[in-house]
Design a protein around this ligand. Structure first.
Ligand code: SF4
Length: 374
């Protein structure tokens, strides 16, 4: 696998999806069997993966099976919950304690680990000794919203490798600079993103959006750049990504990246909408919409809402496979709706493409409203 590649797999079976990614990455061909390997999930709170907050345990279980099958002996799971919550509870609630017992892979609670002080770009921080002594770090973030940084994925998930006092410092410094600095000291060697049902707005979950996909890459900056586009963000919305690029962590060059889809998004969405997701759904007319397609639309609508534009969307949006081959009036999302008056192409289109398309439609409407007699 090359650093400018991202592998995408769709589906709702985390085990087979993880297996497909690992086989394609062919980890065993380039990671020495003696390597000390750390798996860094996201267990920021003691909540199950279904809430949209934490990494699905099947992903961790499957990676461990793969590593065992290929004779890797030194593997551990390393994580810390946010300040005020117990990592041990997070391990238990998500069944990581059972995975550890069954596989013999130890759980390392960073809150109880030793730390080494490191300084980068003028910021001194305490980082888990286990992480710094790791030869191959597999980061397993959840792609989801965040109330302070807009989005969290690979780069921000590394914050769980810090002491609680350094986490406090990061918040005091506004998160963006220190997150980029931390990744310039140690970033992941491989990122496998859980984007099965990450939360729309908050890292602690509660409004999961089912997108039924996972993706992987070697470059944390590229992975986050891609994740941002799937959630409908411009890079300017998430300053730590470009800062990390400036600090030499990786590249934001999505335009020249190779996005390799291992299968197509064919799963019909089975929504379990809560709160804000249900509100956003009111703007849609789904009919057999694939999960990633519909999830991207929900994220796009959330971005428009944050900018105060959703109120100006005066029609419902067609989306789904049942619109394929049909023609009609109105706006469509995805290639299936190419027979409608206007549509955003893509199968599935990224959320950022949907945002730009709808912004153009809304601004065109404003312009025609402002011309007298039109
Ligand atoms: S455009 Fe149609 S087939 Fe493609 S992802 Fe969207 S709903 Fe599915």
């Amino acid at each position: 696998m090359q650093r400018n590649e991202i592998l995408m797999v769709y589906g709702d079976d985390a085990e087979s999806m993880t297996r497909a990614l690992l086989e394609r990455i062919n980890l065993a061909s380039f990671v020495p069997r003696t390597a000390r390997i750390a798996l860094k999930p996201n267990l920021v709170v003691a909540a199950t993966a279904e809430t949209g907050a934490t990494t699905h345990p099947e992903i961790v279980r499957t990676i461990i099976s793969y590593l065992r099958e290929h004779d890797y002996g030194d593997v551990r799971i390393v994580e810390s919950a946010w300040i005020g919550d117990s990592t041990q509870r997070g391990f238990k609630v998500n069944g990581y304690d059972r995975i550890s017992t069954e596989s013999g892979v130890p759980l390392v609670d960073v809150k109880q680990d030793e730390y080494l002080k490191k300084t980068a770009h003028g910021i001194t921080m305490e980082i888990s000794k286990t992480i710094l002594e790791t030869d191959f770090l597999i980061n397993l973030p959840v792609l989801k919203g965040h109330c302070q940084t807009a989005m969290t994925c690979a780069l921000k998930n590394m914050k769980g490798c810090l002491s609680d006092s350094s986490k406090r410092l990061f918040h005091k410094l506004g998160l963006h600079d220190p997150i980029a600095a931390l990744n310039s000291i140690r970033s992941a060697d491989l990122v496998i993103v859980d984007s099965l049902n990450g939360d729309l707005d908050f890292e602690e979950g509660g409004n999961p959006v089912q997108t039924n996909r996972m993706f992987a890459g070697l470059d944390s900056v590229l992975v986050d750049t891609y994740g941002a586009s799937l959630m409908g963000f411009e890079l300017a919305d998430i300053p730590y990504i470009t800062l990390a690029e400036e600090f030499g962590v990786g590249s934001t060059e999505l335009a020249t990246a190779r996005i390799i889809e291992l299968n197509s998004d064919a799963s019909n969405t089975q929504l379990r909408p809560t709160g804000r997701v249900r509100e956003l759904q009111r703007h849609t007319l789904p009919s057999s919409a694939c999960s990633a397609c519909y999830g991207n639309l929900i994220h796009a609508l959330a971005r428009l809402d944050e900018r105060g534009l959703l109120i100006d969307l005066d029609q419902k949006l067609h989306i789904g496979q049942d619109y394929k081959g049909k023609s009609g009036c109105g706006l469509g999302i995805g290639s299936c709706t190419c027979g409608y008056t206007s549509h955003v192409a893509g199968c599935p289109p990224k959320a950022i493409e949907i945002v730009r398309f709808l912004e153009r439609k809304i601004s065109a409407r404003h312009e025609s409203d402002s011309i007298p007699g039109v």
